[in-house]
Design a protein around this ligand. Structure first.
Ligand code: HDE
Length: 688
C-alpha cells in the first residue's frame, strides 16, 4: 500500500482510505469552484436518514457523470489518435498555392486518427475491416482535413447509398449482432446486389483489412481532388500515405486470437511506439495528372471505386508526417476531434465525385449532432492554429464571441483585429471550371465497369496473398445463412477471375456453379499487373520497430540472450520477455530478469517472431502448460520465425512440432544473434 494513503477508519465516514487537502493535495472544488469538504458522503437527515435534495455537490457530480457520453460516431466509432507534424520536402508552388506546400522544410502541426469502420467504440482492433486514416493539418491558412482510408477505393459510387451500405455492415437490427464483422447475411446481401462494391470487397478480403499495426498500413485520400496554383492553373491530384516502417499484416487466425489476447492491440502499439520514441511515420505522396490523362484513362477519375495504378501515374513524395505525441486526454482529443471533408484550404478544390460531394454535407452535419452544436470548431483539437476572424456568434458553448461592438459587415467602423474583411486576392477560390447539364438523378455510364480493377487487384497479389483472399471469402460467406446470397456473390467472382470463383465455390461446397452475374460491361482482361497493390511484393526487409517475444525459463543462456538483444538494438527493434511467472527468471549467469508477460498473458500472436530460450528442465515444465504449447504452435501456424536451442525441444515435442523443422526455425547455438535478426527481416516464413 502506498505510504501516502491514510486509513481514516473513524466513525462517520465509512472507513475509506482517505486523503485530504491537509496532506499536501490541492483542495477539490465543484465545477463552480466551491471547495468540497466531503467527497465520500451525500448529505442526509441523520446518520442513516434519507438524502437531501439540496445536496448541490452530489447533484452536480451525478449530473455531470450522467452526461459523460456523447453519441459515438455512426461509423469509425473505434479510433485512436495522436499528434505530430507534417514536414514539407520541397515547395510545390508550381502545382498549388496551398500554403502548407510552399516552404521546403516547414513543419505544420497535425492530428491523425485511425479507426475501424463497422464496430462500435468498444469493439476489438483486429476486426477484418477497412481502417480510417484521417489527418487534420493545422495550416497557416486554415485546417485541411484529409479524411481517408487504408484502402484506395470505396464500396459505393454515390453518397445516396452510404446509409444502406453502413446499415448492412453493422450488427443486424433485430438481433443486435454480429459486432464489428461483415461476416453475416445483410452485408453480403447488400454487396452482392451492388456490383459496384466488388473492387473494394476484394481489398476488404485481402490482408489490407487486418494490418499488423496502424503504423504498417498505407493511407489514401481515395477521391480525386484538385490542385490550383497562383496562376489559377489546375491539375487533378490523388493523395497517398506510405508507411516508413513498410506494410505488414497479420494472418486471419492470428487476428482472431489477437482480438481475445489484446483487443487494444493497435492502440496499445501506437501508444507504446510513441512512448518508446519509435515515432510512427508516413510519407505523403501525390499522383498528379491533367485533364488529358483523365480523358484517356480507362476509368472515370471521379468514380471512387477505381484507382489509378502507380505504374501509370507515379506517386511523387512531397513530405512526411511524424506522430510524436500521444493525447493528454482521449475524450478531449480523439473522441471530440471533428474531421470534415469540406475543410480544405486555398490551393485545393473538390471534384464532382458524387461520393465526395455527399461527404461534404455529411461530416459537418454529423459533427453538429455528435458534439452538440455549431461551436465544436472552438474545442482545442478542432480549432485552427492560425487566426480566425468572422462574425459568427453565440450558440451552445460559445467561447469566442467577437469582442467589441462590431458583429456585422459591411460596417463603417475602423479596421481592427476584430473587424475583418474578405480578401479577393488570397481568399479561397473555387475552380473556375464551367458546369452545365440537365437536372437529373443518373449514374454516369463511365462508372459502369465494376469488375476489371477487382480482377487487376487480385491478379497483382502473390500466391500467398491470393490464398488469403480465397480463404477470407470462404470464411465470410460461410457465416451467411442464405444459400442464394452465397451463390450470388460467387456469380460476381466469375466475372472477376474464374480460378478465384472456383476456389471459393469449392471452399463453400457449392453443389452447382451459378452463371456469371449479368454485367453492365465486360471485364477487361488486358489491365497489367500492378505490383504496388501487393503488400508482400513491397515487403520492407527490416525488423525495425518490430517485436521479438523471448520465452525463457530459469537458467536460460545468457550469451545467446545478450547477442540477440544487442542485434535487436542495432536493428532498432524491441523485445519482451515471457516466463512462466511474472516475477521473471534467472539467466545462466545468475542475473535476474523481470518478465514483461506471464505465459498466459503473452501469447505469440503479440510478437512478430519468437525465440524459445530455456533449459531442458525449463522446457519440460513449460511443456505441461497449455499456453506455452500454444505459444510455439501458433508461432509455427502463423508462419513466424522461431529461434530456439536444442534444450527447448521437450516443449516443441509436447506441442506436436518435433518433426516440423524448416528454414524458418533458427538454431541460436549455430548462428549469431545478428544472423538471426537478419532472417527476421523477412518478417514471415511464407514458404512453410
Ligand atoms: Fe466517412 N463518415 N463517409 N468515409 N469517414 C464519417 O463522420 C460518410 C467515406 C471516413 O476519425 C462520419 O465524424 C459518407 C469514404 C473516416 O473521426 C460520417 C460517405 C472515406 C472517418 C461519414 C462516407 C471515408 C469517417 C461518421 C459516403 C474514405 C472517421 C462520424 C458519401 C475516403 C473520421 C464522423 C474520424 C467518418 C460519412 C464515405 C472515411 C457519418 C456520407 C469514401 C476516416 O459523417
Amino acid at each position: 500500500m502506498a505510504e501516502s494513503f491514510k486509513y481514516a477508519g473513524k466513525k462517520g465516514n465509512g472507513g475509506e482510505l482517505r486523503q485530504s487537502a491537509s496532506d499536501g493535495y490541492p483542495t477539490m472544488t465543484t465545477a463552480q469552484g466551491c471547495p468540497v469538504s466531503d467527497d465520500q458522503n451525500s448529505l442526509k437527515v441523520g446518520e442513516r436518514g434519507p438524502g437531501l435534495m439540496e445536496d448541490q455537490v452530489l447533484r452536480e457530480k451525478l449530473f455531470h457523470f450522467d452526461h459523460e457520453r456523447i453519441p459515438e460516431r455512426v461509423v469509425h466509432a473505434r479510433g485512436y489518435g495522436a499528434h505530430g507534424y507534417f514536414e514539407t520536402y520541397d515547395s510545390l508552388e508550381e502545382l498549388t498555392c496551398a500554403d502548407i506546400f510552399k516552404r521546403k522544410g516547414e513543419k505544420t502541426p497535425v492530428f491523425a486518427r485511425f479507426s475501424t469502420v463497422a464496430g462500435n467504440k468498444g469493439s476489438p482492433d483486429l476486426a477484418r475491416d477497412v481502417r480510417g486514416f484521417a489527418v487534420k493539418f493545422y495550416t497557416q491558412e486554415g485546417n485541411w482535413d484529409l479524411v481517408g482510408n487504408n484502402i484506395p477505393v470505396f464500396f459505393i459510387q454515390d453518397a445516396m447509398k452510404f446509409p444502406d451500405l453502413v446499415h448492412s455492415a453493422k450488427a443486424e437490427p433485430d438481433r443486435g449482432f454480429p459486432q464489428a464483422q461483415t461476416a453475416h447475411d445483410n452485408f453480403w446481401d447488400f454487396v452482392s446486389l451492388s456490383p459496384e462494391s466488388m473492387h473494394m470487397v476484394m481489398w476488404a478480403m485481402s490482408d489490407r483489412a487486418i494490418p499488423r499495426s496502424l503504423r504498417f498500413m498505407e493511407g489514401f485520400g481515395v477521391h480525386t481532388f484538385k490542385f490550383i496554383n497562383d496562376e489559377g492553373e489546375e491539375k487533378y491530384v490523388k493523395f497517398h500515405w506510405k508507411p516508413k516502417g513498410g506494410m505488414q499484416s497479420v494472418v486471419w487466425n492470428e487476428a482472431l486470437k489477437l482480438n481475445g489476447a489484446d483487443p487494444d492491440f493497435h492502440r496499445r502499439d501506437m501508444w507504446e511506439s510513441i512512448g518508446n520514441g519509435d515515432f510512427p511515420e508516413w510519407e505523403l505522396g501525390v499522383q498528379v495528372f491533367d485533364q488529358q490523362f483523365a480523358d484517356e484513362f480507362e476509368f472515370d477519375v471521379f468514380d471512387a471505386t477505381k484507382l489509378i495504378p502507380e505504374e501509370q501515374v507515379p506517386v511523387k513524395i512531397v513530405g512526411r508526417m511524424v506522430l510524436n505525441r500521444v493525447v493528454d486526454n482521449f475524450f478531449a482529443e480523439t473522441e471530440q476531434v471533428a474531421f470534415c471533408t469540406q475543410n480544405i484550404v486555398p490551393g485545393l478544390d473538390f471534384t464532382p465525385d458524387p461520393l465526395l460531394q455527399g461527404r461534404n454535407f455529411s461530416y459537418l452535419d454529423t459533427q453538429t449532432k455528435r458534439l452538440g452544436g455549431p461551436n465544436f470548431t472552438q474545442i482545442p483539437v478542432n480549432a485552427p492554429k492560425c487566426p480566425m476572424r468572422h462574425f459568427q456568434q453565440d450558440g451552445h458553448m460559445a467561447m469566442q464571441n467577437p469582442k467589441g461592438r462590431v458583429n456585422y459587415e459591411p460596417n463603417s467602423w475602423s479596421a481592427s483585429e476584430n473587424n475583418p474583411r474578405e480578401c479577393p486576392a488570397h481568399g479561397f477560390k473555387s475552380s473556375s471550371e464551367q458546369m452545365s447539364g440537365d437536372k437529373l438523378r443518373y449514374r454516369s455510364d463511365t462508372f459502369a465497369d465494376h469488375y476489371s480493377q477487382a480482377r487487376q487487384f487480385y491478379l497483382s497479389q502473390t500466391e500467398v496473398e491470393q490464398g488469403h483472399i480465397q480463404s477470407a471469402y470462404v470464411f465470410e460467406l460461410s457465416k451467411v445463412e442464405h444459400l442464394p446470397i452465397r451463390e450470388r456473390l460467387v456469380s460476381h467472382l466469375l466475372n472477376i477471375d474464374e480460378t478465384l470463383a472456383n476456389k471459393v465455390a469449392k471452399g463453400l461446397g457449392l453443389q452447382e456453379m451459378p452463371d456469371p452475374a449479368e454485367a453492365a460491361m465486360p471485364t477487361r482482361k488486358d489491365l497489367p499487373v500492378s505490383d504496388a497493390l501487393s503488400i508482400l511484393k513491397n515487403a520492407p526487409n527490416t525488423f525495425k520497430v518490430r517485436k521479438l517475444g523471448i520465452l525463457v525459463s530459469d537458467g536460460f543462456d545468457a550469451d545467446i540472450f545478450e547477442s540477440v538483444v544487442n542485434a535487436l538494438k542495432s536493428e532498432g527493434a524491441n523485445f519482451e520477455i515471457i516466463a512462466a511467472q511474472v516475477g521473471g527468471a534467472k539467466c545462466s549467469k545468475g542475473k535476474h530478469f523481470e518478465a514483461d508477460q506471464v505465459i498466459n498473458g503473452g501469447p505469440s500472436v503479440l510478437y512478430d517472431a519468437v525465440l524459445v530460450l530455456t533449459t531442458e528442465e525449463g522446457a519440460e515444465k513449460l511443456a505441461a502448460i497449455a499456453e506455452a504449447k500454444d505459444f510455439v504452435s501458433d508461432a509455427y501456424a502463423h508462419m513466424k520465425y522461431i529461434g530456439f536451442t536444442a534444450q527447448a525441444k521437450p516443449l516443441f515435442k509436447a506441442a506436436g512440432l518435433d518433426d516440423k523443422a524448416d528454414d524458418g526455425w533458427i538454431d541460436l547455438a549455430k548462428i549469431s544473434g545478428e544472423a538471426f535478426i537478419e532472417s527476421l527481416r523477412n518478417l514471415r516464413f511464407w514458404q512453410r
